[in-house]
Design a protein around this ligand. Structure first.
Ligand code: ADP
Length: 153
């Protein structure tokens, strides 16, 4: 049984994440979407909303679980008995950043990081751009799964 975690903030999940998750399912038996909670970070969407958007987007896919975690990613991997970390790469900036983290995680554990290249046409999508579009009242629906909803307040 090959189990991987796909860690991130998912604030909110985008079609870029969605694509990596779907393709990850062809590599692994089970994927745990791991929402990292950092007390110093301010999020646009609550943890409950972020979990709901992902769970609803993959409703009916029993090989996907959505969980949140705090602390070291490698410790969370051990907790859920995952041998792999899945990450997406969009550009050279992602590569440099991810390389340092993957090397560090290898130093701390036996866990391997597996990278998938972003799908062509999705490399420009990021949660931060989606948040900017939302903040400024733009149409964000083509960038995220249709389970992402913005409540009017
Ligand atoms: P983090 O704060 O850890 O970067 P994100 O939620 O922004 O969390 O991203 C989680 C993972 O998804 C990262 O590996 C990131 O590179 C990947 N990712 C984000 N957007 C895309 C995209 N458009 N195409 C491919 N991978 C992506």
């Amino acid at each position: 049984m090959k189990r991987a975690i796909f860690p991130g903030s998912f604030d909110p999940i985008t079609l870029g994440h969605y694509d990596i998750i779907q393709r990850g399912l062809s590599l692994f038996d089970e994927l745990v979407i791991a929402i990292g909670e950092n007390a110093e970070k301010r999020y646009m969407f609550s943890l409950e909303e972020r979990i709901r958007f992902i769970s609803e987007a993959f409703a009916g896919e029993p090989r996907i679980r959505v969980m949140s975690y705090t602390g070291l990613t490698v410790d969370f991997c051990k907790k859920v008995e995952a041998g792999f970390i899945l990450r997406g790469l969009r550009n050279p900036g992602d590569f440099e950043f991810e390389k340092a983290i993957a090397h560090t995680n290898r130093k701390l554990s036996e866990i391997e990081t597996v990278f998938l290249l972003t799908a062509s046409g999705k490399s420009y999508i990021s949660s931060s751009i989606v948040r900017d579009v939302i903040r400024n009242g733009g149409d964000f629906t083509g960038l995220v799964p249709d389970t992402v909803r913005v409540s009017k307040s």
